[in-house]
Design a protein around this ligand. Structure first.
Ligand code: PLP
Length: 399
């Protein structure tokens, strides 16, 4: 076999979510798209704001083509990075400039360049269950090992005692994700202060700083008047990885940024290494046109998009509760975490759902067995039409 051992394991565990997404398309061919209720993937259902398409047209017509399509500094256009820094400063009262911002190919690109920069063979990266499963592969990409620590079974907030115990001299970084995929939980001030305290204590104990990586592709998707506190203001050794995939509905365009604050240990070297890693991992830089779009659209009003997800959230949660399912009422992101009915494994429940053409993702895809994830970034109409199927599933499961 030609393929590497690490890719052999990735091949074996190839994303269930992607496979379900493909299965949904096959089902739609057989029974008609209107009869399939695909809640599997976190692909935004609301279009990118008009301002984005207008910016693309304007940029292509007006910008100097050589500059626009050329190679650039790996960290991105300075004027785009400044626009991002200015926007963060306005919103969070921070004091960043372009030297704190690296444009990345989404949050995935940011996480990879951060881990490439930090990890030596055998280093450990802590995260909290359930979690975006690709964190494990990202850590392995650079010889690291992901260590998953438990959360409170009701609130899904980190178990701080277990977190403290998990820290050892191999711990290099901790990844948190807020608002959270798949539970929809937001880490508020109390949680972030608690995490910061343990990170400081742990850093003291092992004699060097532990870096907190805050993965925030859902930062603006908060409901019921809640908002995401600025994570880096709680703990100095923080790298923030952001993506415009969800907020501006641009997942195929691969654009986001990483924030490398001055307070972060060795921040100049870390910044330089992350920029170099962008090139040496083969991404070179975030796409040029999209960086220019971000420069123009960084403060675009997305309240209509948030409202659409909020409406979906209430609608789907209501349907699930009426049908008798137990679920976490999400505060952010666009997922509902549903408890697998008693007496069924996730896979058995998933198969019953499929019989009714409902596609949801087993919790094991997030190291969270005993639960299922439904993504509600879908059309409101599909959620309404799915009501009957949810009731039939509940009846079949004896709920
Ligand atoms: N982190 C989390 C928690 C996600 O849910 C996703 C995508 O769904 C990513 C990272 C990757 O985001 P992007 O595709 O914008 O790079």
């Amino acid at each position: 076999m030609m393929i590497s051992n690490s890719m052999k394991s990735q091949l074996a565990g190839n994303s269930t979510i992607r496979l379900m997404f493909a299965e949904g398309k096959e089902m739609a061919k057989k029974v008609g798209a209107e009869n399939v209720y695909d809640f599997s993937i976190g692909n935004p259902s609301v279009p990118a704001p008009k301002a984005v398409n207008e910016a693309i047209k304007h940029i292509v017509d007006e910008e100097d083509s050589v500059y626009l399509h050329g190679y650039m500094a790996n960290e991105g256009y300075p004027e785009t990075r400044k626009a991002v820094a200015d926007s963060l400063n306005r919103r969070f009262g921070t004091n960043y400039n372009e030297n704190n911002i690296i444009m990345t190919t989404g949050a995935a690109g940011g996480l990879n360049v951060a881990l490439k920069t930090l990890l030596n063979d055998g280093d450990e990266v802590i995260t909290f269950k359930p979690y975006f499963l690709e964190y494990g592969q990202y850590a392995e990409n650079y010889g690291g090992k992901l260590v998953a620590v438990g959360t409170d079974p009701e609130t899904f907030l980190p178990d701080l005692e277990a977190f403290s115990k998990a820290i050892n001299e191999k711990t290099k970084a901790v990844i948190i994700n807020t608002p959270h995929n798949p539970t929809g939980v937001i880490y508020g001030e109390e949680t972030l202060s608690g995490l910061a305290k343990i990170l400081r204590e742990g850093s003291m104990r092992i004699g060097r700083p532990i870096v907190l990586i805050s993965d925030e592709p859902y930062r603006e998707l908060c409901y019921d008047g809640k908002s995401q506190p600025w994570v880096a203001s709680f703990y100095e050794h923080t790298i923030v990885c952001y993506s415009f995939s969800k907020s501006l509905s641009l997942p195929g365009e691969r654009v986001g940024y990483a924030v490398v604050p001055d307070e972060l240990c060795e921040h100049e070297d870390i910044f330089r290494c992350m920029a170099i890693a962008t090139r040496t991992l083969g991404m070179m830089n975030a796409p040029g046109i999209m960086q220019k779009v971000i420069e123009r659209c960084i403060d675009t009003d997305i309240s209509d998009n948030i409202r659409a997800y909020d409406d979906n959230r209430k609608l789907l949660y209501g349907i699930l509760k009426d049908a008798g399912f137990e679920a976490v009422y999400p505060s952010g992101a666009f997922y509902i975490w549903i408890r697998t009915p008693k007496g069924y494994t996730d896979q058995e429940f998933c198969d019953i759902c499929k019989k009714h053409y409902v596609l949801i993702v087993p919790g094991s895809s997030f190291d969270g067995a005993g639960n299922m994830r439904a993504a509600y970034c879908v059309s409101e109409d599909m959620i309404r039409r799915s009501e009957k199927a949810w009731k039939e599933i509940a009846a079949e499961c004896g709920i």
